[in-house]
Design a protein around this ligand. Sequence first.
Ligand code: SF4
Ligand code: SF4
Length: 76
Amino acid sequence: MASGMIEIDSELCKDCKLCISVCPHHLIESSDRMNQKGYCSAVFIEKPLKKEGRKCTGCGLCAIICPEIAIEVYRA
Ligand code: SF4
Ligand code: SF4
């Protein structure tokens, strides 16, 4: 299976949660930390979930749907 990873620019995020709703492996959630604009930005939470086999495939859905262009996708 393809593998990938993402980086979310927490300062661009406006916590719309669209990326959370589209990730097929549920690898993104809202953080409890506010950014400079007062939004609890989305975070990539793959690390603790890898042992359950939930890995980013680099599909890009999260980046495509993000209205703030806050997500960068890297494919291995
Ligand atoms: S690239 Fe795909 S699998 Fe990876 S975090 Fe984004 S939506 Fe999820
Ligand atoms: S889609 Fe973009 S702006 Fe919306 S929560 Fe995800 S990273 Fe933040």
